[in-house]
Design a protein around this ligand. Structure first.
Ligand SMILES: C[S@@+](CC[C@H](N)C(=O)[O-])C[C@H]1O[C@@H](n2cnc3c(N)ncnc32)[C@H](O)[C@@H]1O
Length: 266
């Protein structure tokens, strides 16, 4: 079997259970900034399991909504939960749409994954109608004692440099999009006008087991598991469980910033 650790196909089954609520909260903040207009046409790039359309609640039925993604596994989860959602397998940097067809284009936690994010932003702008709105989110930079402790434990088995290779393979521009000024520059360079940047704080409250599951499905965790093999990975997690419990107990509470950017097509 081909190991597809770098594709979201490999975590489609677990995505919603582990990350769904947090990503949905960020999507709700994003929708709060976009004026709602019944009948509007919306494209969600990198829709994954459909968190962004789901965050609209009952307003979704008032829109013509298409969710696209490169991962068939993620799209099948979206479809299983929202059979009425129109989904499409597509690359963000080569959208299969004519110019100027959507009123709103969204991309929540997606642009950092693209090898050429500028091409993705230019595509988003191309398919928007004039005066249409583009909205995206990305994680803000920052750390917390839990991720630092987990990182040290992981580095006992895989070096920082090696892990960085894995992260770069999945999200080559994660660090770039952690900075508000870079997000602003990226949207402006792609041709968007009246760019607005907002940072919101999401409260994360996880049990130790949920925290370990969260770490396992990150690009870093997936790559480390791929390099080490399942048996050594299980030993690493068992060791981490004990050490993290001794240091922090079993409740993990921290805040994580999410950057929300809006731009308008001229
Ligand atoms: C972190 S998930 C976010 C999913 C969803 N937007 C959410 O908020 O839960 C990133 C998604 O982007 C998709 N993706 C990554 N690179 C892509 C590309 N080049 N073209 C289309 N989709 C892509 C992945 O398959 C994955 O579903």
């Amino acid at each position: 079997m081909v190991n597809n650790w770098h594709s979201y196909d490999s975590i489609a089954r677990r995505y919603d259970g582990i990350w769904g609520d947090r990503f949905e909260e960020a999507a709700r903040h994003m929708w709060d900034l976009i004026p709602h207009r019944a009948g509007a046409s919306v494209l969600d790039i990198g829709t994954g399991t459909g968190v962004v359309p789901r965050a609209l609640g009952t307003r979704l039925s008032e829109l013509t909504f298409i969710g696209c993604d490169r991962s068939a596994g993620m799209l099948s989860k979206a479809k299983a939960q929202m059979p009425m959602l129109c989904t499409l397998a597509a690359e963000a940097a080569e959208l299969p749409f004519r110019p100027s067809v959507f009123d709103v284009v969204t991309a929540s936690f997606v642009m950092s994954h693209l090898e050429n994010y500028q091409a993705g932003l230019i595509e988003a702008c191309r398919v928007l109608k004039p005066s249409g709105i583009f909205a995206m989110t990305s994680w803000a930079g920052g750390t917390n004692p839990y991720s630092e402790a987990w990182g040290r434990l992981l580095n006992e088995s895989v070096s920082k440099e090696r892990l960085q290779e894995g992260v770069k393979r999945v999200t080559p521009f994660a660090s770039y999009f952690e900075e508000e000024k870079n997000v602003n520059a990226a949207l402006t360079e792609a041709g968007f006008a009246d760019v607005e940047i907002h940072t919101v704080e999401l409260k994360c409250r996880l049990s130790l087991e949920d925290y370990l599951a969260d770490r396992e499905i990150t690009s870093e965790g997936r790559y480390a598991k791929h390099l080490l093999g399942s048996d050594i990975w299980s030993q690493l997690v068992a060791n981490a469980r004990e050490k993290l419990r001794q240091t922090f107990g079993s409740d993990f509470n921290y805040k994580r910033g999410a950057i929300i950017a809006l731009g308008h097509k001229k």
